[in-house]
Design a protein around this ligand. Structure first.
Ligand SMILES: [Zn+2]
Length: 228
């Protein structure tokens, strides 16, 4: 007796596969598209009900080849997934009979790691041109951004007139001690110089901070930010 819906769907899948393997004997291999086509069908990440699939699911010898190639393709993909620590796609096993196609999860893969940080655009252009001295009392200026306590990629749009080159970006506490630093080189988007820097704000306590941007010409510019 199947104990879970998953066991049941695996059981149904097995029964369907056995049925397809027996129901369409084609000893003369009439209309068989050839191994390269079956291989292509077996390598698919998603079901496509096209002509090759119609044939493969209605020809026992081709379906047998399909199952074998599918296993090879899935094993190769699993190795790749392990190597890259990335889930390329959830692998789906397919079995079809009588025009009805069942799709069930064939392989259980680990959940994808959360490597993609949210992109936060922070426009520093309204805060004026870069200056060459460290400014006093940055907290008295309006907030440049309110940031959530999580891993993010900050894309900073620099004020007009900012130099091209390598910048250092610091997150400083209210006493202007750096708590995080990162570096980035300017990139241009629509003629605006931008810096893209990754920060993991989940490690910081919520509160008032200062974003310091240190330009290639030695200039410092500071912007108050809040982390919540
Ligand atoms: Zn065939």
């Amino acid at each position: 007796m199947p104990e879970t819906p998953e066991d049941l769907s695996n059981e149904i899948q097995d029964l369907l596969q056995q049925a397809v393997l027996k129901s369409y004997p084609n000893p003369e291999r009439k209309g068989c598209p050839g191994e390269h086509v079956v291989r292509e069908v077996a390598a698919r990440l998603r079901p496509i009900q096209d002509e090759p699939w119609e044939h493969v699911s209605h020809c026992s010898p081709c379906f047998k080849e399909f199952l074998e190639l599918r296993q090879v393709a899935m094993a190769a993909r699993k190795r790749l997934v392990r190597r890259n620590r990335l889930v390329l796609a959830s692998v789906v096993m397919v079995a079809g009979i009588g025009g009805v196609v069942f799709w069930t999860g064939g392989t259980r893969l680990p959940a994808p790691p959360t490597t993609v940080a949210a992109v936060i655009n922070v426009d520093l252009r309204p805060f004026g041109p870069a200056r060459s001295e460290v400014e006093a009392a940055p907290q008295s200026k309006p907030l440049a951004a309110t940031l959530d306590r999580k891993a993010v990629r900050l894309v900073l749009s620099l004020p007009v007139g900012s130099d091209e080159g390598k910048y250092e970006v610091r997150v400083m506490d209210s006493e202007l001690h750096a708590v995080m630093t990162n570096t980035a080189s300017t990139a241009f988007a629509d003629h605006v110089a931008t810096l893209s820097v990754a920060f993991d704000f989940s490690r910081l306590a919520a509160g008032s901070y200062v974003l310091g941007v240190h330009g290639p010409d030695g200039s410092w510019r500071t912007y108050p930010v809040a982390i919540r």
